[in-house]
Design a binder for this molecule. Structure first.
Ligand SMILES: Nc1ncnc2c1ncn2[C@@H]1O[C@H](COP(=O)(O)OP(=O)(O)OP(=O)(O)O)[C@@H](O)[C@H]1O
Ligand SMILES: [Mg+2]
Length: 377
C-alpha cells in the first residue's frame, strides 16, 4: 500500500474546528472514517473528561473512554506534549488523516482527532480488553486466561501487524515502541498495535520518545539504546522480547531477582543447554504443543540476536511462526540486551543512521531520549 501524501488538501483554509468533518480518501472513492471532532463532542463523550472514564495514562497523556453521539465507544488520548514540539494544526491533522488510512486487522483504527487552542486529542476505536501488559503480565491468574492457542494467535497477530508496517507500506513505518502496553486487545482478544506513526506528529521526528522509556529499556534493541541506530530490525528485537514473554509468562526484567533477572539471558541459557522447554509458562501445565512452543522460543531468540542483520525480517518471522519455513538448519547467535541503564549515556548529535532502503521514518533518536530526566524514571 502506498500512503497518500496529499490526502489533506480537502481541508479549507478556515478553522479546523469543524463539527464531525469527514475526510475523503484520496482517489479511491471510498469514504474514510477519519473525522475532526469538536472539543464539545469529545467533552460530552467522556462526561467532561471525568476521572471515572480514565482508562490509563502514558508518557504522552491521559486516555479516556468515551461514547460518541452515534453510540460508538472510543478511546480519547489527551496529548500532554508541549505545543512547540508538535506539528502545526494543519500538518498535524494531515499526518493523522494519512495514518488513519493504514488499515490492518492487527492495528488499532484511528477515528480522528481534535485540535482546540493549545490542546490536541486523538480518537481511536476502544479496545475492550486493555493491553497485554495489564491483561496478561502480572500474576498467574491473569496468565491462566491465556491458553496456548490464544498466545499463538496473539503472537502471530502482532507479527503480522508489524510485518504490514515494515513490508507493505511505502514508505515503511518503524513502530519504535513495541512493548506489551502498546499491544491492545479487542473484545475477541485480537491483538492490535497502538501508537504506530506517533513520531510523525512531532515537528522533529527524531525527538520522539516515550517518557517512560527508561522503564521499558528491556524492549529496546541494544544498538538503538546505546548508539541510536533505529531500523526495522530494532522493532524485530522488541518483538522477539515480547514473544519470549508471551511463551514464558515472564517479564523482560525481573526486578525482584538478584541473579537471573533478564528473560533474554534465561532463554538463551536454556537454549544452550538444549532445554528450551523449561522456559514455557508453567501455568500452561501440559496444555500446549511442545514442538510449536519450542519453535516460538527459537523465533524469539532469532529476533533478539545481538547482530541486527542476522535478525529475520518480520515477514519471515510470520512465516516461521506459522511453520511455513523450515527452521531446522537456522543457527542462532547470542542475544543482545541492555543489561545496565548506566551504560546508556547522554549523547549529543550522533549521526543519523539510515537503513539501506530509504524511509521517512526509518530513523534515529533525539537528544531528549538520552536526557537524565528520562533515565531517572
Ligand atoms: N484504543 C484504546 N482502547 C482502550 N484502551 C486504550 C486505547 N489506547 C490506549 N489505551 C489504554 O490507555 C493506557 C495509556 O496508553 P498510552 O498509549 O497513552 O500509554 P502506554 O502505552 O501505557 O505508555 P507509554 O506512554 O510509555 O507508551 C494504556 O493502559 C492503554 O491500554
Ligand atoms: Mg501506548
Amino acid at each position: 500500500m502506498k500512503i497518500p501524501c496529499s490526502l489533506f488538501t480537502c481541508f479549507s483554509a478556515g478553522s479546523l474546528k469543524q463539527e464531525s468533518k469527514h475526510v475523503e480518501e484520496g482517489g479511491s472513492g471510498e469514504e474514510s472514517r477519519f473525522r475532526v471532532f469538536s472539543h464539545s463532542e469529545l467533552k460530552s463523550a467522556t462526561r467532561g473528561f471525568n476521572s471515572s472514564e480514565k482508562v490509563g495514562e502514558g508518557g504522552f497523556g491521559i486516555v479516556y473512554k468515551g461514547r460518541l453521539r452515534d453510540g460508538n465507544i472510543v478511546a480519547v488520548k489527551v496529548l500532554s506534549i508541549e505545543l512547540e514540539s508538535m506539528r502545526g494544526e494543519r500538518e498535524f491533522v494531515a499526518e493523522l488523516a494519512t495514518l488513519s488510512q493504514i488499515n490492518h486487522q492487527n492495528l488499532v483504527p484511528l477515528r480522528g482527532c481534535c485540535v482546540e487552542a493549545a490542546h490536541r486529542y486523538l480518537v481511536y476505536d476502544y479496545m475492550q480488553n486493555n493491553n497485554l501488559h495489564h491483561t496478561f503480565l502480572g500474576g498467574e491468574e491473569r496468565r491462566m486466561r491465556f491458553r496456548w492457542e490464544l498466545r499463538r494467535d496473539i503472537s502471530i497477530g502482532v507479527a503480522r501487524g508489524l510485518a504490514y508496517l515494515h513490508d507493505q507500506l511505502n514508505p515503511h513505518i518503524v513502530h519504535r515502541d513495541i512493548k506489551p502496553s502498546n499491544i491492545l486487545l479487542d473484545q475477541n482478544f485480537t491483538p492490535k498495535l497502538s501508537d504506530f506513526g506517533f513520531a510523525k506528529l512531532l515537528r522533529d521526528e527524531k525527538s520522539y520518545v516515550s517518557t517512560k522509556v527508561a522503564g521499558t529499556l528491556g524492549y529496546l534493541a541494544p544498538e538503538y539504546a546505546t548508539s541510536g541506530q533505529l531500523t526495522r530490525k530494532s522493532d524485530v528485537y522488541s518483538f522477539g522480547v515480547l514473544l519470549l514473554e508471551i511463551v514464558s509468562g515472564q517479564v523482560v526484567v525481573d526486578a525482584y531477582e538478584d541473579t537471573d533477572r533478564f528473560l533474554v539471558e534465561k532463554v538463551w541459557a536454556a537454549y544452550r543447554s538444549e532445554n528450551l522447554i523449561r522456559m514455557v509458562d508453567p501455568v500452561l501445565k501440559t496444555a500446549f504443543e511442545e514442538e510449536e512452543a519450542i519453535r516460538f522460543l527459537r523465533v524469539g531468540l532469532l529476533c533478539v540476536q545481538e547482530t541486527a542483520r542476522l535478525r529475520p525480517r518480520m515477514t519471515e518471522a510470520v512465516e516461521m511462526l506459522s511453520n511455513k519455513i523450515e527452521m531446522g538448519g537456522i543457527e542462532i547467535s547470542k542475544p543482545g540486551f541492555v543489561a545496565d541503564l548506566r551504560n546508556v549515556k547522554m549523547r549529543h548529535q550522533l549521526p543519523i543512521i539510515h537503513e539501506s532502503t530509504s524511509s521517512s521514518s526509518g530513523a534515529h533518536y533525539g537528544n531528549s531520549f538520552w536526557s537524565s530526566a528520562n533515565l531517572g524514571r
